[in-house]
Design a protein around this ligand. Sequence first.
Ligand code: NAD
Length: 415
Amino acid sequence: MKEQSALDTALEQLRIAAEKLNLDPGIHEMLKHPKRSLIVSISIKMDNGEISTFTGCRVQHNDARGPFKGGIRYHPNVTLDEVTALAMWMTWKCAVVDIPYGGAKGGVCCNPKKMNLNEIERLTRRYTSLILDVIGPYRDVPAPDVYTYAQTMAWIMDTYSQFKGYSVSECVTGKPISIGGSEGRAEATSLGVVVCAREAAKVRDLKFNGATVAVQGYGNVGWNAAKIAYDMGCKVVAVSDSVGGIYCQKGLNPYDVYEHKSKTGSVVNYKGCKNIKNEELLETKCDILIPAALENQITKANADKIKAKIVVEGANGPTTPEADKILDEKGIMLAPDILANSGGVTASYYEWVQNLTREHWTLEEVNQKLENKMVKAFSDVYNIMRKEESDMRTAALMLGVGRVAEAIKTLGLWP
Ligand code: NAD
């Protein structure tokens, strides 16, 4: 049987929202397809002198509400379909949190774990040069995603600026602070995730202080979410990465686990914890589960075994539509990706605004604005959910797709 792809999931979600919104069939059809998909071949010289060629793309889904916006992913499983789904989710996400951006995503099919920094820098610069014509501060603003970091964004900014002949910090977000990055950007996605978890706990009458938390993935989003949840008084009982997971009933210290991973390359074999398989992490007994790795993790095969009371999607697309139904039937509240992880793009927007106005806000300013945005978006989605008697994902999609459709109608179609 064909495995459900991220694009299948994204299109099914769009279909559900279109039906609930009674969307014009023409606009529904329009939104099924990205406005532009650019595929590029990136040839670089490896350190051993050989030439390697990688396939990359930049998919721009919709820009009715503002410039395209979305991360760039380096991963061996990157496909055009996956990047298209991620671009579509960016469109809804920016609309849900109500920031003036459309949606895009980029990807390069490569294994950064098998490349050194010099090779990754050459790959990044060459990729940037190949998508240069379709990106820019008012056109399409990239950001980090899986296996790309602040340093990767610095190389993108430098390459773009070299071509333009002047420094253009606002062409990319998620940059290091020394070159125009925003305070709080690195942790923003996770802060938003944890704020959503707190808001979900409130409406579920679950005590947030002391709530048990399991986190899948210990990269940028996962580790920061574990850390912030711990700092806010939660008990982090399990975490995992691509190698495996660890479980500790009495709770673990995410900072120590991070140090352990930095030294050994993985969270596994951390002292005082039991090693567990990746599948077991998702099925851990806990109050709040945060998937923060990749797509298609909670499926019809394991949804029935999820024991958490609340699922907060740090990752994009970790739950399939079939699994959504099962979780809903089990009474599990799910804060969907397009709401829960929108803190990242929101802080990216704040970074862009600071770059355009040549300002630098304090961490307190950024975090306060971010928290207010997340609380408002959560309550907007929650109110739709109550009114429509739907689940949170359907409510978030109705809000996001509805706002994009409204913008398309208002702009009209040229010519
Ligand atoms: P990252 O590369 O920093 O981390 C990814 C983590 O997932 C790594 O720890 C990796 O070991 C782990 N992983 C990979 N496969 C796994 C598996 N099968 N089981 C458990 N762990 C696994 O990436 P990131 O930036 O943290 O992104 C994670 C997710 O969050 C992605 O879905 C991304 O699209 C989404 N996201 C990221 C941001 C952001 O600001 N970085 C914003 C919104 C959404």
